[in-house]
Design a protein around this ligand. Structure first.
Ligand SMILES: NC(=O)c1ccc[n+]([C@@H]2O[C@H](COP(=O)([O-])OP(=O)(O)OC[C@H]3O[C@@H](n4cnc5c(N)ncnc54)[C@H](OP(=O)(O)O)[C@@H]3O)[C@@H](O)[C@H]2O)c1
Length: 284
């Protein structure tokens, strides 16, 4: 029978461990990890995500603040706020919450976050480190997935990992992280011909497409490990990319909700803590 990869439970344990570490850091050096989140415009999903991040930070003892721009300000005003946080000794991590409204160049604005404070790990500098196999700050979703696989002692070395989705926040960094762990990696996307031919060969299948029940049982092999990144809200209910029928064929699978999502949040908090250790070491 398929085993559920319980991200919710593991994330809870990790939050407790992190809370302890943050307390110890404060006792030892007076440092409280700090996170600044820059949000622009009124995207309601972003508002919820930021709210959840602020709440999660508070729970573990990270000082987090939100700088909210209405979306009428100039790009320079937003960049000026980012530059202030770059200089602020008490801020260890900065996030520019995606998406920005269309009238802003999101990549340009986000590129103003210093590599040493890039809590999301999506910046060019940290992606470059990842690509050259010198991992620094890693994107929270793929790193959280690896932590979940590690916790269940699922090895990557020698395994065929098939990733569906090639976004900069999930698919691409996921592929390189798996490669750095000696997996054989296949990347698929919307222009892939005969997708099922690849997904059926996966020892570990990671779906980050964002379409409800997109991967069905005939697309997966018996005993595969299924990682479902998809978060698709339909009529007020959350659905993953992978069907329950496909999950039945798996050896392990992540539920939605309660799989990858909670791991992403705790991994982001861990990133902020690790960045605050740079402040302690005076290394930024
Ligand atoms: N649980 C979490 O913590 C977490 C974190 C991040 C994202 N998510 C969720 O994960 C999903 C993906 O997010 P994202 O930001 O990576 O999305 P995205 O930027 O929209 O990327 C989706 C990817 O899926 C590919 N795709 C779309 N249709 C396809 C098809 N028919 N066949 C094969 N590939 C197809 C796209 O291919 P092209 O590149 O060719 O367009 C693209 O690479 C969403 O549901 C999102 O909400 C969850």
């Amino acid at each position: 029978m398929a085993v559920i990869l319980d991200g919710k439970e593991l994330a809870k344990k990790k939050r407790e461990e992190l809370k302890e570490k943050i307390l110890k850091l404060k006792e030892k050096s007076g440092i409280i990890p700090g996170l600044a989140i820059v949000r622009v415009g009124n995207n309601s999903a972003s508002e919820t995500y930021v709210h959840n991040k602020l709440k999660a930070c508070q729970e573990v003892g990270i000082n987090a603040l939100e700088k909210h721009f209405l979306g009428m300000e100039s790009e320079e005003e937003i960049i000026s706020a980012i530059e202030q946080y770059n200089q602020d000794e008490n801020i260890d991590g900065i996030i520019v919450q995606s998406p920005l409204p269309d009238n802003y160049n999101e990549n340009y604005v986000a590129s103003k976050v210093l590599g040493a404070k890039d809590a999301d790990g999506f910046g060019i500098e940290n992606l470059g480190y990842l690509l050259s196999n010198q991992e620094h700050v890693l994107a929270a979703t793929p790193k959280g997935i690896l932590n979940l696989l590690d916790a269940y002692q699922i090895p990557l070395e020698g395994k065929h990992v098939v990733i569906v989705g090639r976004s900069v926040i999930v698919g691409r960094p996921m592929a390189i992280m798996c490669l750095n762990r000696h997996a054989t990696v296949t990347m698929c996307h919307s222009k892939t011909d005969n997708l099922a031919k690849y997904t059926k060969e996966a020892d570990i299948l990671i779906s980050a497409v964002g379409k409800p029940y997109f991967i069905d049982d005939e697309m997966v092999k018996d005993g595969a490990v299924l990682i479902d990144v998809g978060m698709n809200r339909v009529d007020g209910k959350w659905f993953g990319d992978i069907t329950p029928r496909a999950q039945e064929k798996a050896s392990f699978y992540t539920p939605v909700p309660g799989g990858v999502g909670p791991m992403t949040v705790v991994t982001l908090l861990e990133n902020v803590y690790e960045l605050s250790l740079k402040r302690e070491r005076k290394d930024r």
